[in-house]
Design a protein around this ligand. Structure first.
Ligand SMILES: Cc1cc2nc3c(=O)[nH]c(=O)nc-3n(C[C@H](O)[C@H](O)[C@H](O)COP(=O)(O)OP(=O)(O)OC[C@H]3O[C@@H](n4cnc5c(N)ncnc54)[C@H](O)[C@@H]3O)c2cc1C
Length: 469
């Protein structure tokens, strides 16, 4: 993590720009590239500015799983009982009603059409993950590319962008917004690797530069419980959007919301899918005990795991669950890096964890009870030897708080009015998880990026076409 960048607002009435473009997009992750593709479809010119030499963002580090109701792929799989309303209810239920309702409604309506458009117009061949349900989803609606990785998602979005002729200016760190006295953004300034500075004029600006997970001082201040946690996201998530927004007098929302993950394989540093836990795997601490209802969600599990002795836990499962785990590339990488332990007996497992064998035997025996566990979890079966174990810790994946926006992604001022031509989406905008770690429903991150990018493109196109910008 870095301690944070300098982000500036320069006031000027006119801009002497090296070039002018209708829509400038800061950030070339899932959000920025989705927006750019939708703008290209609408015949609106845009430029994406990306700090890295090769756009990757947190999107490339993610599993690339995107929840969406009512898609073509979902229907082809025979899932016909999903809807935007049902998805919205699942999102709010996970957030205990504390997510922004206008955004929940907007995203749950937009994400299906967004995935269909990316499939039909840009060839992203989604599959539906229908082997298990992620915590809080009442129906199978998780989409991915066949490779089931965020790296594949980024690669496909980038090649679609190249085919559509979208300019992506890499190694361009945007550090300054140029704003006139009416609070209208008239351009941006960015820094090149050799220190040279360039200026781009724009009619509409979309901030798609994600949140502040990579900014250590903001994490310390806003998410103290994650101050010492590993950050699994992209270091370029340095809080740029919030820093500009604060200076401009923008309203911020849900800064305490974030996606944690309680299954970050340590010391290898990889994600182990929560599917294994949902299907019967358990988390056991150094005392040989379970310590929470794992089915509540992997995000809040990060906090529970970090509270255990040494801040670690062991994901414990058996042979059928190992087979399920091996369906996830991230797990295969972790296994190849030596993370998987095989234990023939309870005594071996106790030695591996470093706990008392009798206590561990009691923990495993309790899984066979039909009655709910004291924490509320109900098991349909116990675990059978041989046992498998992977050591994990809690990690911060990305932040969910950000600039407050309308349902068409226009950034709001503190007084509730909108900036004329400033949009924010994806992790740069406030999300749909409320203001706490437990509000994160699986997939809320890419939901915000893809649905937000899709909606922002529509808004930007309308502003450009109407001449309002
Ligand atoms: C390990 C892991 C697994 C995850 N798995 C999932 C999952 O399966 N499903 C899900 O929904 N979510 C998942 N997430 C969360 C998800 O990755 C993010 O929510 C999502 O990628 C955000 O997309 P984005 O486009 O907003 O940001 P990003 O993909 O991070 O893109 C932002 C881009 O902006 C660039 N940038 C930032 N500042 C500047 C600047 N000043 N100038 C120029 N460029 C800039 C960055 O370099 C970056 O490329 C996961 C996260 C992690 C870490």
């Amino acid at each position: 993590m870095t301690d944070g960048p300098s982000r500036r607002i320069r006031r000027a009435q006119v801009i002497d720009a090296d070039a002018q473009v209708p829509v400038a997009i800061v950030g070339g992750g899932a959000c920025g590239l989705t927006a750019a593709l939708m703008l290209a479809d609408a015949g609106i010119e845009c430029v994406v500015l990306e700090r890295d030499a090769v756009p990757s963002g947190s999107t490339a580090l993610s599993s690339g799983f995107i929840p969406a109701p009512g898609t073509r792929v979902q229907r082809e799989h025979g899932v016909t009982d999903d809807s935007a309303e049902r998805f919205a209810a699942d999102i709010q239920s996970k957030a205990h009603g504390r997510a922004s309702q206008v955004l929940v409604d907007a995203y749950s309506k937009a994400v299906g059409p967004a995935l269909d458009a990316l499939q039909e117009r840009h060839g992203l061949d989604w599959i539906l993950l229908d082997g298990f349900l992620y915590p809080g989803h009442s129906v199978h609606r998780m989409h991915a590319l066949p490779q089931k990785t965020g790296a594949a998602l980024m690669a496909r979005l980038q090649s679609a962008g190249e085919t559509a002729g979208i300019p992506v200016l890499t190694q361009a760190v945007v550090d300054t917004l140029v704003v006139n006295s009416d609070d209208r953004v008239i351009g941006i300034e960015y820094r090149r690797p050799d220190g040279h500075r360039e200026t781009l004029g724009c009619d509409v600006l979309l901030l798609a530069c994600n949140g502040f997970g990579g900014n250590a001082s903001m994490v310390r201040e806003l998410l103290p419980e994650m101050a010492e946690a590993t950050f699994g996201g992209h270091v370029g998530n340095d809080g740029s959007a919030i820093l500009w927004g604060e200076t401009l007098g923008a309203r911020l929302r849900d800064l305490g919301g974030y996606q944690g993950h309680g299954s970050w394989v340590t010391p290898q540093g990889a994600l182990m899918s929560w599917a294994v836990i949902m299907e019967g795997g358990v988390q056991i601490n150094r005392d040989g005990r379970r310590f929470h209802d794992e089915t509540q969600g992997y995000s809040e599990a990060a906090v529970h795991v970090l509270a255990q002795p040494g801040g670690i836990a062991w994901n414990v499962f058996d042979a059928p669950l190992l087979e399920l785990a091996r369906g996830f590339p991230d797990f295969c990488d972790a296994e190849a890096a030596g993370a998987l332990r095989r234990c023939e007996t309870v005594a071996d497992l106790a030695a591996c964890i470093g706990c008392d064998e009798t206590v561990l035997a009691g923990t495993l025996l309790a899984l066979r009870e039909k009655a709910p566990q004291p924490d509320g979890r109900v098991f349909s079966r116990g675990l059978d030897a041989p046992y498998y174990a992977v050591k994990v810790t809690g990690a911060l994946f990305h932040t969910q708080g950000g600039l407050d926006t309308t349902d068409d992604m226009r950034v709001l001022r503190a007084n509730g009015s909108t900036f004329a031509n400033l949009l924010a989406a994806g992790g740069a905008a406030g999300g749909v998880s409320g203001d706490a770690v437990w509000g994160y429903l699986s997939g809320n991150g890419l939901l915000s990026a893809v649905a937000g990018g899709y909606i922002a493109a529509r808004t930007a196109a309308a502003l450009v076409s109407s001449g309002e910008s």
